[in-house]
Design a protein around this ligand. Structure first.
Ligand code: FES
Length: 161
């Protein structure tokens, strides 16, 4: 089943529930993830769609969308590298890693590379402090990173694309 058919099934299930049923609220994150997987990010149309299906206001959905760091309100690259810059990673060279990520991906922090391939984002603690400095690459944890390992990862992705 693809994201659209999963979302359709979820919408049908939610339509059976009363407007105040808490399961409607619980469906927000899966819906946002599904729309993002399909569209790359949550545009205003997606926010309205989630609000309509869940019965929440667009403001409430917007608040949740901006709260979850893995939900993007703006276009992101096909590959998203999130480099942790919290304390443990900061002490172990996160700043240098962020600079290296910009250098090897060819994109500034928070931007999308011209070919749409990469976005590099700073991140709060990823829960990988024992592997600092750490990152998430397309949602996969990458720990004990150094500049050479990061360069190799990005080169591999560039060759695969
Ligand atoms: S401080 Fe970087 S993963 Fe926790």
């Amino acid at each position: 089943m693809n994201d659209e058919s999963n979302r359709q099934a979820l919408q049908e299930d939610l339509a059976q529930l009363p407007a105040t049923d808490p399961q409607r609220r619980a469906a927000i994150v899966p819906m946002m993830q599904s729309l993002q997987a399909e569209r790359g990010y949550l545009d205003d149309k997606s926010i309205k769609e989630v609000a309509q299906v869940t019965g929440l206001s667009t403001t409430e959905v917007e608040e949740l969308a901006t709260f979850y760091s893995l939900i993007y309100r703006y276009p992101a690259g096909r590959h998203v590298l999130r480099v942790c810059d919290s304390l443990c990673c900061g002490l172990r060279g996160a700043d240098r890693l962020l600079q290296a990520a910009e250098k090897y991906s060819g994109v500034s922090l928070g931007k999308v590379s011209p070919d749409g391939a990469f976005s590099v984002l700073p991140s709060i603690c990823l829960g990988l402090c024992d592997q600092a400095p750490a990152a998430l690459l397309d949602g996969e944890a990458v720990g004990s990173l150094d500049e050479a390992a990061l360069q190799a990862l990005l080169q591999r992705l560039q060759q695969e694309d």
